[in-house]
Design a protein around this ligand. Structure first.
Ligand code: PLP
Ligand code: COI
Length: 365
């Protein structure tokens, strides 16, 4: 590949970065996805040329022709991962190789050229290095990295674009839910599904999230934090939430989570939870769970806990489930013991406070 092997990023530092005092004020209460660092990464792609001009530059609006393919046919993919301040002041990312692999899978599903894994990883290193002063040092804070790529060819024909732009932006964040780490309520949407077999449910493409916005609005109208989707065929089995996977904890201490059949996102947190639970001697079953099983299991005590998991949400307990038919609470609606234990284990590894038996922590600085 001509351009694809060139890992030499051209660095063009932001001539007017945010000052120390302003940055400190922003970092005091970052929220989620509201504030951004001084730089971004850009890499271009053209058919026949490969990936070229890898660059670190000042974060700025991207000039875009109104006929850019992404604006019409949504050929776009993204990733989300976090970098953390380590106890010794260093910086590490959590499982970036897994995000690189999923980015390539999403690219394949959306008929986009895969970005070489080395370039993906290098691009994350570059932005962390230049914007390291934006890394929160608080217990709940991290630097959320958002790599993404879109069809930039100026053309209205419906076919894969022949040009793409890959970017990475970075956002210092606190907890995803404004209530912090406390149980959330979920709305079982009767009207919408997220993904059908053969669709794009397993890809991290923007279109999946656009299609979920009405369902999320419905959740809010019904007093819930997040939407939970049922399978598109039988409208019976739990798929996942709008931006998180789901786990159930049974009364024998085992875990159950919906299987990866192509309609849900293969979450990296989901995979990490499975490995951590199994290491602790817990049984983990990947099998369909119906809404009915969730309801009757919560009533009988067979299902003791439920939690959502993802990069943004980490591990967040689910306290209450609401549907068009009824509402039920899981146990006492609080944070379950196993949920809290898994969350602590995961966060301690991510933040370099515990051993890293699976080699997940990728030190950058
Ligand atoms: N499911 C959806 C739809 C998501 O958007 C996310 C978030 O990335 C997840 C699950 C969890 O994936 P991960 O743990 O890799 O962040
Ligand atoms: C993530 O967890 O990285 C996501 O993409 C989910 C989104 C709801 C922010």
């Amino acid at each position: 590949m001509s351009g694809g092997d060139n890992l030499e990023f051209e660095i063009r530092p932001n001539p007017a970065p945010v000052g120390d005092a302003e940055r400190a004020a922003l970092l005091a209460n970052p929220g989620f996805g509201r504030i951004f660092t001084d730089h971004m990464v850009t890499i271009r792609y053209a058919d026949g040329k490969g990936w070229y001009e890898p660059r670190v530059e000042a974060r700025a609006p991207i000039p875009m022709d109104p006929a850019s393919a992404v604006l019409h046919y949504a050929q776009e993919i993204f990733e989300g991962l976090k970098a953390y301040t380590l106890p010794d002041g260093g910086v590490a990312m959590f499982r970036p190789d897994a995000n690189a692999a999923r980015f390539a899978q999403s690219a394949q599903r959306m008929a986009m050229p895969p970005l070489p894994v080395e370039m993906f990883l290098q691009s994350l290193h570059e932005i962390i290095e230049i914007d390291r002063s934006w890394l929160p040092t608080s217990d709940e804070g991290s630097l959320y990295l958002r790599p993404f790529a879109y069809a930039s060819e100026v053309f209205l024909g419906v076919r894969p674009s022949m040009e793409y732009l890959y970017l990475v932006i970075a956002s210092p964040v606190g907890p995803y839910f404004s209530g912090g780490v406390k149980p959330v309520s979920v709305w079982v949407t009767p009207d919408y599904t997220r993904a059908a077999p053969g669709g794009t449910g397993a890809a991290k493409c923007g279109g999946n999230y656009a299609a979920g916005l009405s369902a999320q609005a419905e959740a809010i109208e019904n007093g819930c934090d997040q939407v939970v989707y049922l399978d598109a065929i039988e409208r019976k089995y739990i798929d996942e939430l709008g931006g998180m996977n789901v786990f159930f904890v049974l009364d024998d201490g085992s875990l159950v989570t919906p299987p990866l059949t192509g309609t849900i996102l293969p979450g990296i947190t989901r995979d990490s939870v499975i490995k951590l639970a199994e290491r602790a001697g817990r049984k983990v079953e990947e099998r369909p769970v119906s809404l009915d099983e969730w309801r009757t299991g919560s009533a009988s005590g067979r299902i003791r806990e439920a939690f959502a998991c993802g990069t943004a949400a980490v591990i967040t307990p689910i306290g209450k489930v609401r549907s068009a038919a009824d509402e039920f609470v899981i146990a006492d609606g609080g944070t379950g013991e196993v949920t809290a234990e898994l969350r602590k284990q995961l966060v301690d590894i991510q933040r370099g406070r515990a051993d890293d038996p699976f080699g997940w922590v990728h030190r950058v600085l």
